[in-house]
Design a protein around this ligand. Structure first.
Ligand code: CO
Length: 320
């Protein structure tokens, strides 16, 4: 669809040179570029404050993935004023503002419309040194791949919607979605890494494929080591795979090697559409241990999920 839109070309629009860039990156001068991103969605949890927090953490994630520092955020609100109490909207906005503040930014305004179904998200702006920003294109063979949050939020929020699980049952995943990728980004910038992207709707399968394609390498995924939130695999076993995850699997299936030997439940986890997922970081082998150690020291639940291999550009090699 995007290919049918007018061609975007501007010498300062740095993101146009980065394949699969999620954020718009616009050079202001030699040492500063603006980074902008926007996301919004219908509630993933019933608690309005937590929903606001998750939406904000999710929107801010694209800034952290390139190593940017958040500055401002604008609220985007759709709300059924006639059938829901305004108190609920206040809590959503309070949750969003709390996360933006924790990220080091400020909510500077926003816009709301009336709608049958509530939707909330933010347009976020940050700043990065264009010489130091982290992109999707820097992976080299031998790089180790780390993921900074477990997988399974698509499976678990689907189970929540279907009333198979309660918010208490999935509290670990809810807390995980609320966590900002800020600390992970700070550590990655300090250690020096090859490439990064954040895991959201396309799941690990899609975002790892993009990283592989952008860097013209293959990525080996250690299927047995994929981290999952509690009960996510049980939900996959019950067949509670959300539509978005099915779409991911169908769309990226032709990029997979070795899937025929994989546990189908782990394939569900690989394809699972994430809300406010972690960072997927590629780091040179000699710095992998220090990255892992620094992330662990700062309580980031880091997990080595794969490594970059030569050739097989854009393919995912699944190792059972
Ligand atoms: Co992203």
């Amino acid at each position: 669809m995007l290919s049918q839109l007018p061609y975007i070309d501007h010498p300062d629009l740095l993101s146009q040179e980065i394949p699969f860039a999620d954020a718009a990156i616009y050079r202001l001068n030699d040492s500063e570029a603006l980074v902008q991103s926007v996301d919004f969605f219908t509630p993933v949890v019933d608690d309005p404050y937590k929903y606001g927090q998750i939406a904000a953490a999710n929107a801010l994630s694209d800034l952290f993935a390139v190593g940017a520092r958040p500055l401002t955020a604008l609220n985007l609100v759709s709300f059924p004023v006639d059938c829901l109490e305004s108190d609920i909207l206040v809590k959503i906005l309070q949750g969003g503002a709390e996360r933006v503040h924790a990220a080091g930014g400020v909510v500077a305004g926003g816009h709301s419309i009336e709608d049958d179904e509530p939707k909330y998200g933010l347009c976020v702006t940050g700043i990065v040194d264009p010489g130091k920003m982290i992109t999707t294109c820097g992976c080299s063979p031998g790089d180790q791949l780390y993921l900074t949050k477990p997988l399974g939020t698509g499976l678990l929020t689907t189970a929540l919607k279907g009333e198979i699980l309660t918010e208490t049952d999935i509290s670990t995943a809810i807390e995980g979605m609320i966590v900002l990728n800020k600390v992970a980004a700070e550590v990655m910038v300090a250690v020096g890494v090859s490439a990064c992207t954040d895991i959201t709707g396309f799941g690990l399968i899609g975002h790892a494929s993009e990283l592989a394609e952008a860097s013209r390498v293959g990525i080996k995924i250690f299927m047995k080591d994929l981290p999952a939130y509690p009960q996510a695999l049980e939900m996959a076993e019950m067949g509670l795979v959300p539509a978005g995850s099915h779409r991911n699997r169908d769309f990226y299936f032709s990029r997979l090697d070795g899937h025929e030997n994989c546990d189908p439940l782990l394939l569900d986890l690989l394809s699972d559409a994430q809300t406010s997922g972690g960072l997927l970081i590629a780091v040179a082998k000699e710095r992998a241990e220090i990255l892992e150690q620094k992330l662990t020291e700062r309580a980031v639940p880091v997990c080595r999920v794969g490594e970059v291999v030569a050739g097989s550009s854009g393919r995912l090699l699944l190792e059972v």
